[in-house]
Design a protein around this ligand. Structure first.
Ligand code: ADP
Ligand code: ADP
Length: 221
């Protein structure tokens, strides 16, 4: 389970963006979180991905409560969760070629050989052709870059995926391809998904269930 329990979070502890938000994703389950712009979905997604420390509440990953993330959450928990953001250009180092962008988590966790062998395979699972792997982010489209960001997020074989408006900048066919790649990965690895967005039609089609922000964070601020 990926459990968010009574989370209060924001960017200034005196004025949190929201209080008491709770949401649980079961093993292998896909949950869509829907809500209006600015309510705090991305902030909660970053808490779920262990990238943003909440001011109060508990995050529990596979039965382990996340502790000691004064600076960063423990690596073995962070790497259990793959994350894709709305704007690939903000999360992709502009100097890296797509192949290195995809290989980075494997290399950084000391698996250099695996990085070499698995990068082409990861690229293929997201529909990236080999000729694109030598390009840098500014030399590819948003959709191609987002495919690389998804491949990177899948590289450490996470048990959980957090997709924050992953397809909001993309056209319909690229959206369908990325959703299909996520679903293929989830089927093969039994991974759970938290998909955050504002597109009800997409999330209802994609996910096992959807949650409205007002039901997730009934306390508001
Ligand atoms: P949503 O994803 O639902 O649009 P966000 O979580 O992005 O909402 O934002 C919630 C609130 O937090 C907004 O008022 C936004 O301006 C604010 N916010 C988001 N990121 C930051 C940040 N890095 N620093 C300060 N405020 C932020
Ligand atoms: P360090 O602790 O050495 O600063 P990290 O443990 O944060 O590095 O991350 C190691 C590598 O794994 C980095 O390249 C980072 O981009 C990648 N990484 C970390 N968390 C995730 C994640 N949830 N999904 C995909 N890649 C990740």
């Amino acid at each position: 389970m990926l459990e968010l329990d009574a989370i209060t979070a924001g960017y200034d502890p005196r004025t949190p963006v929201f209080r008491g938000a709770s949401l649980t994703v079961g093993p292998g389950e896909a949950v869509g979180l829907l809500g209006p712009s600015g309510c705090g979905k991305s902030t909660l997604a970053r808490v779920a991905a262990l990238l943003h420390r909440p001011d109060a509440g508990r995050v529990v990953v596979d039965g382990r409560q996340v502790r000691g993330w004064r600076h960063r959450a423990p690596r073995e928990l962070r790497t259990a969760i793959g994350v894709v953001f709305q704007q690939p250009r903000l999360s992709a180092d502009p100097r890296l070629r797509l192949r290195d962008l995809i290989a980075e988590p494997l290399r950084a966790t000391g698996r250099r050989d695996e990085a070499e062998t698995r990068t082409p395979e990861l690229a293929a699972t997201v529909g990236l052709t080999d000729d694109l792997l030598g390009r840098r982010p500014h030399e590819v489209s948003d959709g191609q870059l987002q495919r690389a960001c998804l491949a990177r997020a899948l590289s450490l074989r996470p048990r959980w995926l957090v997709c924050d408006e992953m397809t909001a900048m993309l056209d319909a066919s690229t959206t369908a391809a990325l959703v299909a790649a996520v679903e293929t990965y989830r089927r093969e690895h039994g991974a759970g998904l938290l998909a955050v967005g504002h597109d009800r039609v997409l999330l209802e089609r994609w996910c096992d269930r959807t949650v409205q922000w007002a039901d997730c964070a009934p306390g508001g601020v």
